[in-house]
Design a binder for this molecule. Sequence first.
Ligand code: ADP
Length: 216
Amino acid sequence: MRIIELNNRQEHILQIVKDNGPITGEQIADKLSLTRATLRPDLAILTMAGFLDARPRVGYFYTGKTGSQLFSEKIKKFTVKDFQSVPVVVNESASVYDAIVTMFLEDVGTLFVVNENSHLVGVLSRKDLLRASMGKQDLESVPVSIIMTRMPNITACNQNDLLIEVAKQLINKQIDALPVVREVTDGENLKLEVVGRITKTNITRAFVVIGTEEIF
Ligand code: ADP
């Protein structure tokens, strides 16, 4: 499978370098009866895409990497901070009713719950709120802290984590979102401050970025 579509001339250049590399740009141009200047953009594309490597005074050589190897190398460069969204938080004393309203107004599927020190204490999903709404209780008097998934059972990530690792967590834990957190010390204790949000939508965006970039 080749993810980048190469044109005929680029395919031809690739074949020449495979068979003859290391080979200079001049020599490739000679073989194709073209000028070095005409070839320059194609050589740049093939080098940037990772199919070819160029060494000064040696020439071009074939890296041997397939399209899918290059694809996975690119994915492994994506970090959480490149794709994260703004987090939406509610206080642990907020009611289930308020959380539902916040979820609609902010148009998100997951809310993070914080305490009065802004430290992460819980997560609320759509189904958590639906479940709480099925009973007969008054939603305005039930605090979210009763129904949320709470620390330490929360899967979180850091800004510098790889996006692919977060994607694996979403799949393995069967959840829709992870809070992006920063560790802060609170006396003896290590607490988490919510700085972002990574959802399945952010992962989908990374997929689209890769799929629509001609060169990566
Ligand atoms: P939904 O329940 O609406 O399908 P999820 O699949 O994200 O949404 O949530 C499933 C359960 O996992 C919910 O009870 C939710 O509180 C919990 N949950 C969601 N995100 C996390 C997370 N990052 N860490 C721990 N638990 C989570």
